[in-house]
Ligand binder design. Structure first.
Ligand code: CP
Ligand code: NVA
Length: 310
C-alpha cells in the first residue's frame, strides 16, 4: 500500500522524529554524494501561490539527484475539467511522488485515492504538515529536549495551527492555543489531539486569552489572520483578531525570558505581529524557513525509500 503525507495521522512519533533527525543530519553534514533520488521525478502542483514550499521542494529534489516538475493548476487539464481521478492515474505512471497545494483538503484526499505514488500535502485549507515538520526541527535545534517545551500558538485556528497541534500532540510537546471563540481549531483536530496526548504524555490547552496561553511558554507562534482563499473575509476577521491576537513585545514579555518567536511566513508586520518582534533577536523565523529545505528532503527520501511502503 502506498503511503501519503496529507497530515500526521498514520505516522508514529518515532517515524516523525526519524525524518527530523535525517533533516538535521542533511543540514549539518550535507547531502549524500550518491544522489539517492537519481532517476526519480516529482511533480509539484499549485492551486495557490507559494515561495518557500515550492522553492524548498525543488531545491531539495535537486540536491538528492531527482527531477522536479512544478505546475500551476491553470496550466493543467484539471483547469478544463479533467477529473482528478484521471489526472492522478496518468501522473502515477510518470512520476514517483506528487506534491500538491490545494484550496480544499478533499481535493488532496481524492488525489491520494487515485494515486499509486505518494501524495504530499504542500498546504490545504485544513493542514500544512510540511510546515509542522520544519517547526519541530527548529524547536529541537533551539530548545534541545522537545518534551520539556511549551508552545503557545496565538491567532487563527487554521491549517498551520492544526498541523502544529498534531505534531506537538504526537511528539509529546505541550501546546496552548489562544484563538477567538469563532476561530478555534476544529473539533475533529482537538478530539484527535486529546487522544494523542494521552499516549505522548503531553498536554493541549485551549483558551480565548493570548496572555494565558503565552505564560511560561518557550515558543510563541502566530500566523496570518487571513489565509489564502479567505480574502473576502478580511474586514470581518481583522475586527475580531486585531489587536487582541497580535504578538507584541508586551505579550512576549509574559513568556519565558528565553522564549523564541515563530511564524510560518509570509507575515504581515503590525498586523499579527509587531515588527520589532519578528525582526528582533528572539525571532526564529529565518531558521524556521531555512529548515523547510531539509525537512522536505528528508520526507521525500523517507517516502520514496522503504518508509513509503508498509
Ligand atoms: N510557509 C509557507 O508555506 O510559505 P509559502 O506559502 O511561501 O510556500
Ligand atoms: N495560513 C496561511 C499559511 C501560509 C503559508 C495560509 O493558508 O494562507
Amino acid at each position: 500500500m502506498v503511503r501519503h503525507f496529507l497530515d500526521f495521522e498514520g505516522y508514529t512519533a518515532e517515524e516523525i522524529l526519524h525524518i527530523i533527525d535525517m533533516a538535521i543530519n542533511f543540514k549539518r553534514k550535507g547531502y549524500p554524494d550518491n544522489k539517492p533520488l537519481s532517476g526519480k521525478s516529482v511533480v509539484l502542483i499549485f492551486e495557490k501561490p507559494s515561495t518557500r514550499t515550492r522553492v524548498s521542494f525543488q531545491v531539495a529534489i535537486t540536491k538528492l539527484g531527482g527531477e522536479s516538475i512544478p505546475l500551476s493548476v491553470s496550466e493543467m487539464q484539471l483547469s478544463r475539467g479533467e477529473p482528478i481521478s484521471d489526472t492522478m492515474r496518468v501522473l502515477s505512471a510518470y512520476v514517483d511522488a506528487v506534491v500538491a497545494r490545494v484550496y480544499k483538503h478533499e481535493t488532496l484526499s481524492e488525489m491520494a485515492k487515485y494515486s499509486s505514488v505518494p501524495v504530499i500535502n504542500a498546504l490545504s485549507d485544513r493542514f500544512h504538515p510540511c510546515q509542522g515538520l520544519a517547526d519541530i526541527m527548529t524547536i529541537k535545534e533551539l530548545k534541545g529536549d522537545i518534551h520539556s517545551v511549551k508552545v503557545a500558538y496565538v491567532g487563527d485556528g487554521n491549517n498551520v495551527c492544526n498541523s502544529l497541534i498534531q505534531a506537538c500532540s504526537l511528539l509529546g510537546v505541550r501546546i496552548a492555543v489562544a484563538s477567538p471563540k469563532e476561530y478555534q481549531p476544529p473539533e475533529t483536530v482537538i478530539t484527535q489531539a486529546k487522544e494523542w496526548v494521552k499516549k505522548s504524555g503531553s498536554l493541549i490547552e485551549l483558551t480565548e486569552n493570548p496572555e494565558d496561553a503565552v505564560r511560561d511558554a518557550d515558543v510563541v507562534y502566530t500566523d496570518v489572520f487571513v489565509s489564502m482563499g479567505q480574502e473576502e473575509e478580511r474586514e470581518k476577521r481583522l475586527k475580531i483578531f486585531y489587536p487582541k491576537y497580535k504578538v507584541t513585545e508586551r505579550l512576549m514579555s509574559l513568556a519565558k525570558p528565553d522564549a523564541i518567536f515563530m511564524h510560518c511566513l509570509p507575515a504581515h508586520r503590525e498586523e499579527e505581529v509587531e515588527a520589532s518582534v519578528i525582526n528582533g533577536e528572539r525571532s526564529a523565523v529565518w531558521q524556521q524557513a531555512a529548515n523547510r529545505l531539509h525537512t522536505e528532503a528528508a520526507l521525500l527520501l523517507y517516502l520514496l525509500q522503504d518508509g513509503g511502503r508498509f
